[in-house]
Design a protein around this ligand. Structure first.
Ligand code: ACO
Length: 426
């Protein structure tokens, strides 16, 4: 039996090939459907549409599974490091010891920014949201690297990927230090990726900075948890921007802009604000009632793909406990979060809609304890997701069937009519 679907419109039938994935749903290939039938398929929000073929990340939303190149996220978060995961996402395999040494060196030795680049930050108001600064600053990077403009050259693509992974922590830390009115801190090559980032964020000239291994590990784990998530809104934005052949740094700036929205990366800031607004455990029932009355949403809950626990949320919750314990913080918001989770998970409204905590539910409390203001939460997400974005962008260029992204539409506006001079308009 051939794998095909048959779609009938009126008295005509169209055979549509079915393409097999290695796991997960197969797809009905509609690429020739418009040409054959003069009909488009309609799927705003892409709830049933695979926009590309990919070998990077697999999600089973019903089972709560997330795999990067086949490896479960829980194993990567517990046993790997962010840079190793970067290599895995970009190149398809975990690195050998020699490959890792080379990769780590390539990243470490590209962390500095052009001295002139720092003048960009001075142009922003100090109270600008750091995501606004990130969108502008990362877009500006493309003005500095005209040696890697040819996106069709694999070597230049690799250089751009390494530069992005290397420079994002430096840019993100500068966006933070600038917002705090503190001087910029130069990266140090003897430090690990996450240690270096924390030092660039929290070190001040007046005293020596002392690394804390628990916080460094937590930072690294948070980066791993956010590294990629297949064809989400920001990744699809990067792919769509890149499909025209645009410079990768400009594409990543587009991804950052998309990530900023409260339905996507901005949710971690909003989740913490929600917990602050609830304030104490006694206020939870009234707040949950407001959600059920559709006055607002429970931020950090629900996901387009996960209709079960977000597998990243469990790791995030454990990381949250570890950080608070290490720092000796007894945050009342953790109590509120745990009780809210319990209440929501046993409430029919949330059960019926399969709403579970997502990664953002516990990340805000953790990051706040580590010393980050909430405006920085989405910046950290952008830093970590950069490797996912650039890996997906690179994969798109390696795909021989690449085409410029050009969705169509169901047009419901006015049909053709004649122009009327202003005095004749009713
Ligand atoms: N609180 C209350 N109700 C919700 C929530 C929520 N957080 N999320 C979805 N629902 C309800 C909807 O009102 C809808 O109910 P209805 O069928 O009675 O109308 C139903 O659940 C289905 O919701 P949709 O909006 O269709 O789900 P969708 O897949 O489009 O939305 C989204 C997913 C945007 C993540 C949504 O769950 C949401 O807004 N969550 C809060 C924001 C958030 O935490 N975002 C982070 C996402 S993870 C990330 O980016 C890392």
């Amino acid at each position: 039996m051939t794998d095909k679907a048959t779609l009938t419109i009126g008295d005509k039938s169209y055979d549509l090939p079915i393409l097999k994935g290695s796991t997960g749903p197969d797809v009905v290939d509609v690429r020739k459907f418009y040409g054959d039938s003069d009909h488009f398929t309609f799927d705003p929000g892409f709830t049933s549409t695979a926009s590309c073929e990919s070998k990077i990340t697999y999600i089973d939303g019903d089972a709560g599974i997330l795999l990067h190149r086949g490896y479960p996220i829980g194993q990567l978060a517990e046993e790997s490091s962010f840079l190793e995961v970067c290599h895995l996402l970009l190149n398809g395999e975990l690195p050998t010891a020699d490959e890792f040494t080379l990769f780590e060196r390539n990243i470490t030795y590209h962390t500095m920014l052009h001295a002139q680049f720092d003048t960009f930050f001075q142009g922003f108001r100090r109270d600008a949201h750091p995501m606004a600064v990130m969108t502008g600053a990362v877009g500006a990077l493309s003005a500095f690297y005209s040696d890697s403009l040819n996106v069709d050259d694999p070597k230049q693509r690799e250089i751009s990927a390494h530069r992005l992974i290397a420079k994002m922590p430096t840019i993100a830390a500068r966006a933070f230090q600038y917002s705090q009115g503190r001087p910029f801190v130069t990266p140090r090559n003897e430090l690990s990726y996450s240690e270096n980032f924390l030092r660039m964020c929290f070190s001040v000239p007046a005293e020596d900075w002392v690394p804390n291994p628990v916080l460094t590990r937590a930072m690294d784990r948070i980066f791993i948890l956010h590294a990629d998530h297949e064809q989400n809104a920001s990744t699809s934005t990067v792919r769509l921007a890149g499909s025209s052949g645009a410079h990768p740094f400009a594409c990543i700036a587009a991804g950052i802009a998309c990530l900023w929205g409260p339905s996507h990366g901005g949710a971690n800031q909003e989740a913490l604000e929600m917990l602050e607004e609830i304030g104490t455990v006694e206020n939870i029932p009234a707040y949950v009632q407001g959600v059920k009355d559709r006055k607002y949403k429970l931020m950090g809950f629900g996901h387009r793909v996960y209709k079960n626990f977000d597998p990243r949320a469990k790791v995030m919750q454990n990381t949250c406990y570890e950080v608070l314990e290490q720092l000796g913080i007894n945050d009342p918001l953790l109590q509120v979060a745990m009780e809210l989770e319990k209440v929501a998970l046993s409430d029919q409204y949330f059960i019926d809609r399969k709403l579970y905590p997502n990664i953002d539910f516990y990340s805000g409390i953790t990051l706040r304890a580590m010393g980050f203001p909430k405006e920085m939460f989405t910046v950290l997400f952008a830093l970590a997701r950069t490797v996912g974005w650039i890996s997906q962008w690179k994969e798109m260029f390696e795909d021989p069937s690449r085409k410029i992204g050009r969705p169509r539409q169901l047009y419901t506006g006015a049909t053709q009519r004649d122009y009327l001079a202003v005095e004749k308009r009713g």
